[in-house]
Design a protein around this ligand. Structure first.
Ligand code: FRU
Length: 495
């Protein structure tokens, strides 16, 4: 039986054995097994397709397949058969991350083949780029010309063990591929390749490099434009902490700048962390028929304990909500995709509520909800909310006006999630810098069983994290250190 059929058969036979306690309601997650990075995110034949790094046989990382879902509205997803399995000599160690492009009605996936299944000898690993093609968006055939970019096509400055995650795009008549790479100095760089026919590729040059200033290997690059601004996203490994920024072991950053792909130049003028939470990595974007630039990311982080896996639930990992990207005043804004509003139900609305000390509002609680609120700080310094609350547990987020920081704290959520190598002071909390506008704070908070995504000041900053609360912990409480005014609060169940 082929590796692909074997994976599919295993999923069908075993998916009902998964423990549903921590399953999410409106986010992409595996039917069974492990997922990490989003891959091949695209709009093809009138539908959204999302692939992902997938190991169906265990709730831990293993030789990577590509799982596959599709959707009409980016909210409700349908599982499709596994798209790629590690079944060729050039991807025997795993079909690693990559992207998709449509050409002539066909859907092409460009991905990294990890050649060496012997993880004991990482120095023997070779990473090379391959393509698979489909006429129906469901069944994929790997090209006979694979690998289309071999390690022979690497410049002398690049290590053959770390050469992965191609972003494929079209510019004029040519296809380009931006591939993450590690320089012999140990740090990250992005290499550019070019092709006329997707099969023959030639090396163009180095688009950007770290010179050991911005983490180690640069994973999962993306390149696109929003209006006149060119944007690069990437996920540098082991990026050093800078105050409240880059507190996770690995980070995801954006650059705004000016790109000339033909001459292989990108001149950045802004760099920042994409999301300030614990669980956000390897984002990928696509443009849809409405011209929106939409991003989705893995809502998890490497080197952390994952309770659903540790407790034998049979699955691990989920994706963020898809988010529309905008560039405003040289900042990258993230806005939850509009379509999520179609799934709002059971609205509870409050206006002009004064909070002094602490307060619960009737009907405002739950584990699969959206909260939208605007708060006038008056003379207060701190306003916050506690969610996933019962007598003993709570997850806390608050804004501190003096510090101009939004803080997220999961220390009392009920279950510790351990990160290897993280200093104590940032083990439980994340902080992002942001200003009030006219003394007001605007929040949209999406809660889904084990996940929290906070969009602050219309998406100027976001904070995405998982927590694993008690099944009964669904209370919400608001608090402040002096009088504040909740000008407006809406709560919806997400159906
Ligand atoms: C990022 C990553 C990629 C790689 C994939 C392997 O999370 O390490 O660089 O292609 O995961 O699963």
């Amino acid at each position: 039986m082929s590796k692909l059929s074997k994976a599919q058969e295993y999923i069908l036979k075993n998916k009902d054995k998964v423990n549903s306690e921590y399953r999410l309601k409106y986010h992409v997650m595996p039917e069974i097994g492990w997922i990490n990075d989003p891959n091949g995110f695209c709009y093809y034949n009138g539908e959204y397709h999302l692939f992902y790094q997938y190991y169906p046989y265990d709730s831990q990382w293993g030789p990577m397949h590509w799982g596959h879902v599709k959707s009409n509205d980016l909210v409700k997803w349908e599982y499709l058969p596994v798209a790629l399995a590690p079944d060729m000599y050039y991807d025997a160690g795993g079909c690693f991350s990559g992207t998709a492009i449509e050409d002539d009605g066909k859907l092409y996936l460009m991905y990294t083949g990890n050649t060496n299944p012997d993880l004991e000898k990482p120095e023997n690993i070779r990473q090379i780029q391959n393509i698979a093609v489909s006429e129906d968006g469901i069944e994929f055939t790997k090209l006979p010309s694979n690998p289309v970019i071999d390690t022979k096509a690497l410049p002398g400055s690049a290590l053959p063990q770390d050469f992965r995650d191609p972003k494929i795009l079209k510019h004029g008549e040519d296809f380009y591929s931006i591939v993450g790479s590690r320089n012999i100095d140990g740090s990250g760089q992005l290499l550019v390749y070019k092709s006329k026919d997707l099969s023959q590729w030639t090396y163009v040059g180095v688009l950007m490099k770290s010179n050991n200033k911005l983490g180690k290997m640069w994973e999962c690059p993306d390149l696109f434009s929003i209006g006149d601004t060119d944007v690069v996203l990437m996920s540098p490994q082991f990026l050093e902490r800078d105050g409240d920024k880059y507190c996770n072991v690995h980070s995801s950053v954006y650059f705004l700048g000016e790109c000339d792909i033909e001459s292989c130049s990108f001149k950045p003028f802004v760099i920042d962390e994409i999301d300030g939470g614990f669980d956000f990595y390897a984002p990928q974007t696509m443009a849809d028929a409405k011209g929106r630039r939409i991003m989705i990311a893995w809502m998890q982080m490497w080197d952390m304990t994952i309770p659903s896996s540790e407790q034998g639930h049979g699955w691990a990992g989920a994706m963020t909500l898809p988010r529309e990207l905008k560039v405003i005043d040289n900042k990258l804004y993230q806005i939850p995709i509009e379509e999520i509003k179609r799934y709002r139900g059971n609205n509870i609305e409050y206006k002009d509520i004064v909070v002094t000390n602490s307060l619960a509002l009737e009907g405002v609680e739950g584990k699969h909800i959206e909260l939208e609120m605007e708060i006038d700080f008056l003379d207060a310094n701190v306003f916050g909310l506690k969610i996933f609350k019962d007598e003993e547990h709570e997850t806390v987020m608050y804004y501190d006006k003096k510090e101009a920081k939004f803080v997220f704290d999961r220390s009392k959520n009920g279950q510790d999630i351990f990160a290897s190598g993280v200093e104590d002071d940032i083990k439980y909390a994340r902080r992002v810098g942001i200003n009030l506008k006219d003394n007001k704070l605007k929040l949209r908070v999406f809660i889904d069983t084990i996940s929290i995504e906070v969009f602050i000041q219309d998406g100027e900053k976001t904070l995405t994290s998982t927590v694993y609360p008690n099944s009964s912990a669904k209370g919400i409480e608001f608090y402040s250190d002096a009088e504040v005014l909740i000008k407006e609060l809406n709560k919806w169940e997400i159906k």
